[in-house]
Design a protein. Structure first.
Ligand code: 2HA
Ligand code: ZN
Length: 292
């Protein structure tokens, strides 16, 4: 057998031994998260997006990493002008632009993509099989990944969503990080233990741009949750469950707030009780977000 034949055979052997990507745990996690978020009413139409940093070795069990299907620009709405150097070569699974969370589980290959970040573009390794591409919020996601990886090397997931009560609360509550976090912490006993770092808040800004990405990433240096005022929320975490759980807990607290804000408040969780809780769970909470 000649050298070229041997190469071809080796290529075929790789293909033969690859597992079915649709059974990959990270594809399933994306399908489950988007389905849950849709059912919870957080992600209407094409609202929301998720990106998940994958382990190259794990992806190589399913895909031939040498096989780049297409290359497209990093840009969101505008041309991307940010430095992605720390992420070059990293592989993410990402929801597609214009895609509906409602449809992901039924057709992951059209609605999701597995991409590798290159110097000035995105290499498609799998998915977007109807010609699609990554979410318009990719710049914000990548900037958040870079900020969170600096804060926590085990960071993996960035999730954007439009949870109903969190958004409702944006219209009736002061958009001040301390006051907003404090109100959320007061609404569920375990809130301070789940997001002791609190919630960062950005003013209303134009989405899809590098500007909102930079501002979100700056907040992500100290918060795993960032509210985009009157738009939605960003969450970041080590796993899909953790990230989903962060947003879910904020949303639950916001729901209780919205169900009670117009009624006389007779009882409340006191700051002293929150301190006891933080001590019990051994969490390092934002001390300056409590009052007394
Ligand atoms: O992807 O939610 O912010 C749709 C959005 C944009
Ligand atoms: Zn959005």
């Amino acid at each position: 057998m000649g050298f070229m034949d041997e190469l071809k055979k080796a290529g075929k052997d790789i293909k033969r031994s690859l597992m079915d990507i649709k059974s990959a745990p990270f594809v399933k996690e994306m399908c489950e998260a988007t389905a849950n978020m849709y059912r919870l009413g957080w992600d209407e139409r094409n609202g929301g997006n998720i990106s998940y940093l994958l382990d190259e070795k794990q992806v190589a069990e399913y895909l031939d990493l040498k096989n780049v299907i297409r290359i497209f620009p990093l840009a969101g709405v505008n041309a991307a002008e940010f430095d992605v150097t720390p992420l070059i070569g990293k592989i993410f699974i990402v929801t597609g632009t214009g895609k509906y969370f409602k449809n992901v589980a039924a057709d992951p290959e059209a609605n999701l993509g597995i991409v590798r970040i290159a110097k000035d573009g995105v290499e498609l390794l799998w998915g977007y099989n109807d010609g699609g591409r990554t979410t318009s919020e990719l710049p914000a996601h990548l900037m958040c990944h870079m900020a969170r990886l600096k804060a926590d090397p085990e960071h993996r997931v960035v999730m954007h969503s439009h949870p109903t009560y969190t958004l409702a609360m944006n219209f009736v509550h002061e958009l001040d990080e301390k006051k907003f976090t404090h109100t959320l912490w007061e609404m569920c006993t375990e809130c301070i233990a789940v997001f002791p770092d609190g919630v960062g808040i950005l003013p209303w800004m134009l989405c899809g741009t590098n500007g909102i990405g930079e501002a979100t990433a700056k907040k992500m240096e100290e918060f795993r949750l960032v509210i985009w005022s009157m738009h939605g929320i960003y969450g970041a975490g080590r796993t899909m469950d953790e990230t989903f759980g962060l947003i879910e807990t904020v949303e639950k607290a916001a729901q209780i707030y919205m169900l009670t804000a117009h009624l006389p408040r007779i009882n409340t969780i006191k700051d002293s009780q929150m301190r006891e809780l933080a001590k019990l769970f051994k969490v390092n909470y934002r001390k300056d977000f409590l009052d007394d």
